[in-house]
Design a protein around this ligand. Structure first.
Ligand code: CP
Length: 308
């Protein structure tokens, strides 16, 4: 079985079969990660560059670990210590790295569309590790995979995505992924942080946090992305937290148990309190753990090698 695409630029162009293939392949790699020796030689002949033009903790480390667990050679590129500061373009940087016989590129960039642009100019498989406010496909895959693991299936499950939907590539990729796999999605947050016409993606919209929490099986809480807001979209973080912050008392007041997720990094005490983030409701660290298996699956399936 193969993916229908040569690159992973977003979830938008994946088929449900692609997503299911990634999940089944990740199941196999999760077994590998439970062994005493958590490594297979599947990508022994493959060299992968992690091109990170924007800060990252989880995604960069997770990709690097996934590459190492697959036996690939890994190069980490961080813009602050590179010739980007001397004016080198994205295409020139990538072409020069590929001239050293690199096979795959993992790209994080603050510009929406950067991986799509690069895919038209270089001859290597590209994996989008987050582009501006557009998509973060491996985050959505690991989120959906974690819900599937917890609730056994995605079909018919109710997922509320809460917070800064407007600036969130995680929200858009999650909406595409969850809808393709048969889940129902509600987005919730202040009107200024929810894009107009988002209901055209087949999601419900509410501005009432409690209503979203009462409705859902899973709440995926998003970070307030102050670095992407060039004008104030709510009056203060304190007020945001009062109206849209999720805390343990709120979870305990619901008539049912729900699962709490967050892609990280968390603004503790703003969108999510510590007592909720660290409670039995939370699968936040399982998301991080599953990210390695999901990224191993994506790297393997895009590498063209077909044996696990
Ligand atoms: N979830 C996520 O993308 O985190 P990082 O920015 O730390 O990679």
């Amino acid at each position: 079985m193969r993916l229908s695409t040569r690159h992973l630029l977003g979830i938008k162009n994946l088929t449900p079969n692609d997503i299911e293939l990634i999940f089944q392949t990740a199941d196999n790699f999760k077994e590998v990660l439970k062994r005493p020796i958590k490594k297979v030689p599947t990508l022994r002949d493959t060299t992968i560059v992690n091109l990170f033009y924007e800060n990252s903790t989880r995604t960069r480390i997770s990709f690097e670990l996934a590459e190492k667990r697959l036996g690939a050679d890994t190069i980490n590129f961080v813009t602050s210590s590179s010739s980007v500061s001397k004016g080198e373009t994205l295409i020139d940087t990538a072409q020069n790295i590929l001239a050293m016989k690199v096979d795959m590129v993992v790209l994080r960039h603050s510009a929406s569309g950067a991986p799509h642009f690069l895919s038209n100019h270089i001859n290597a498989a590209i994996i989008n590790a987050g582009d501006g406010t557009n998509e973060h496909p491996t985050q959505a895959l690991l989120d959906a995979y974690s819900i599937r693991e917890k609730l056994k299936s995605l079909k018919g499950k109710k997922v509320a995505i809460i917070g800064d939907i407007m600036h969130s590539r995680v929200a858009l990729s999650n909406i595409y992924c969850l809808k393709k796999m048969g889940a129902e999605v509600t987005v919730a947050g202040p009107p200024t942080l929810i894009p107009k016409h988002i209901d055209s993606l087949g999601v419900h919209v509410t501005y009432n946090l409690k209503e979203a929490l009462e409705w859902c099986d899973v709440a995926n809480i998003l970070r307030i992305q102050l670095e992407r807001q060039n004008m104030p979209l709510f009056s203060s973080l304190r007020e945001y937290s009062l109206f849209y912050g999720v805390n343990k008392a709120l979870l305990d007041s619901l008539k049912k148990e729900i699962t709490i997720m967050h892609p990280g990094p968390i603004n503790r005490g703003v969108e999510l309190s510590s007592d909720a983030a660290d409670s039995h409701h939370s699968i936040i660290l399982q998301q991080v753990e599953n990210g390695v298996a999901i990224r191993m699956a994506v790297l393997y399936l895009l590498s063209g090698k077909q044996e696990v």
